[in-house]
Design a protein around this ligand. Sequence first.
Ligand code: G3P
Length: 224
Amino acid sequence: MKFFVDTADLNEIKDLAATGLLDGVTTNPSLVAKSGHSNFIELIREIASVVEGPVSAEVAATDFEGMLAEARTLTKIAKNIAIKVPLTPAGLKVCKILSGEGTQVNVTLCFSPAQAILAAKAGAAFVSPFVGRLDDIGQDGMGLISSICEIYGNYPAFKTEVLVASVRSPMHVVLAAQMGADVATIPPSVIRQLFKHPLTDSGLAQFVEDWKKTGQTIPRGSQP
Ligand code: G3P
C-alpha cells in the first residue's frame, strides 16, 4: 500500500519524506490556501523536487477548455506531476485526453461507486473517494472503498488505483489496507498517529532503563 501525504505544507512534506515512507503528495486548492504560499507553480515545483512519487496538482478552472489549458501548464512543472481534476463530465473529458497522452490524472471528489466506474473508464491513474466527508454526513465512507475495490477487481482492464482520500484517523488507513486499496493520502497528523502505541513507548522506556543497568555500550560504526 502506498502512502501519500495530503498537504501543501512544504516543511511537513520534507519532514515526512525523510522517514523514507512517503510515496507521493496530494494537494488541493484548500490545502494550498492553508499553506499561505502565494506562488502555486513554485510551490508545486518545490514539492515535486522533494518527493520522487506523484505530486497531485489540482486545476482551478471548472470548464473543459480552462482545465485542459491549466493542466498543460502544470504537467510542464516536473515529470512526477499528476493532474487532479474534479469528477464532472468536463473533468472526465480532460482526464481521457491527458491519460491518452500518458499524463497521470487523479480524479477527485468521488463519492459513489458509479462515479468511480466513470473515472476508470476515463483512464484515470487514480480515483480519490473522500471517506471522511461521507462519514461526516452519516454515510459509510469505508463502504464506498470496499465497493470500488470490488468493482475494479472484476475488471482487470481497469488500471485506476483506488486512492483513499479525506482520511481522518489511523483506522481509515488500516481498513483501507484490509480492503486492498492501492493508496491512502493521509494528513501529516494522522501519519504521525500511525507510529504511536502506548505499549511501544513504555516498552522502549523499560529497555532503555534495563540497558543502563548492564553498564555496556555498543560500539558505533566500527568493527565489533
Ligand atoms: O485532498 C482531498 C481530501 O483528502 C480532502 O480531505 O479532510 O478536506 O475532507 P478533507
